[in-house]
Design a protein around this ligand. Sequence first.
Ligand SMILES: *Cc1c(COP(=O)(O)O)cnc(C)c1O
Length: 474
Amino acid sequence: MDPARAKLLRQLPAVDEVLRHPQVQAALSGLSRPFAAEVVRQVIASARGEILAAPAEGLPAEFDVAAFLKAVAAELEAARRPSLTRVVNGTGIIIHTNLGRSPLAAAAQEAVLEAARSYSNLEYDLKRGARGSRQAHLEELLTELTKAEAALVVNNNAAAVMLALSSLAAGKEVIISRGQLVEIGGSFRMPEIMAASGAILREVGTTNKTYLKDYERAITGDTALLLKVHPSNFRIVGFTREVSLTDLVSLGRRYGLFVMEDLGSGCFVDLSRFGLEKEPTVQDAVATGCDVVTFSGDKLLGGPQAGIILGRREALERLRQNPQLRALRPDKLTLAGLEASLRLYLDESRALAELPTLAMVTRPLAEVERHARRLARLIHKTFGGRLKAQVKESVARVGGGALAQEPLPSRALALSLPPLAPHQLEARLRQASPPIITRVEHDTLLLDVRTLLPHDQPALLAGLKMVVESLDSE
Ligand SMILES: *Cc1c(COP(=O)(O)O)cnc(C)c1O
């Protein structure tokens, strides 16, 4: 080994020495000594790796102790931070699966906190003083809101679909239109869910057109269920035809088959009066007499992650008897958050105002525009022109299932911080604390204002400040 490299390796400090250094001591609080020692060992190992890998002419004369200590402090700091962290959603995608979908309403946040910190009557019937059912808390509310005969809640909509298929059609055939054999978000592929449930897939029709007679011709003695799936984030346009749920329900009745619809997003409110495309609501689906309707709790409904199953009593009884339900049951925090979110729907105007997802979807453009202008002024005032923010037209999206691609006119702040290029600024904002998630479009960095929550402003300014200051100190 060349002497310069050997010298640098000898200058690498020992773990104990590093841990005793005052600059490192300050970063140790909250971490056990063995844990901190492991972090330090890793930083030393990576410094050693760099020395060994560097070309001879690129080696420094002396080991840079100051930079090394800074790296140790940064790693310790990072180790103290939780991995799951709040972010500021500037993407304009309201139901963003990667960013946790729906933020909870204040009432739901309080309910979750209360259920978390105390004992509850989760499975205790207070009237009888005996064991009760965790499903009881929501069943009455859900049937009241939707007029369904029965209701059941599981962990998520994928679990709901799986439980329903396995309870009603394991070992039997399920007929579905080829145009609805969709993949949603990469991990939910209808054919695979179907296989996992033990049901046998019978696809009918063509990609763009399916008629009632296609379903009818496919019915055999092995058929158990007719399934309709909301294509969610996928759309076939032009020369298309799908069978209505009403027609499927009457076909199912004639042949004594179960009929089920996976609505995906599932909305209780007709959003067409806010200029969105007309979509059947959950109540519409239930009103067809469909045996099972499933949808997510955290998409347009605006609650916590959950799978909601509504439908006819006999069908849901089969689901209740399935031992798989035990493995898919929701926890108390989910039930608390979901009940509080659903209660808001007892007064639709409260649901629209207080559920953040619905509030963001229905916020008038003029209000988004005012918010954008106010923020641009605030950024100008705070950073004195160092960070530029210009209000630009933008298109936000509902995201996550039904209406996913529905364009929502919006406003974004075009941010620029010379000399950073837009994608460099995007990366820095993503690594700020809290991270700010933006998008680069036509070489412009855009922060959509429609997806900012009322309490995001201080966090947004703190994140921006961190990026500006770190750039200025480089
Ligand atoms: C989103 C979606 C699912 C999956 O729901 P999760 O709650 O994410 O499990 C299933 N089906 C459809 C049609 C969807 O849109």
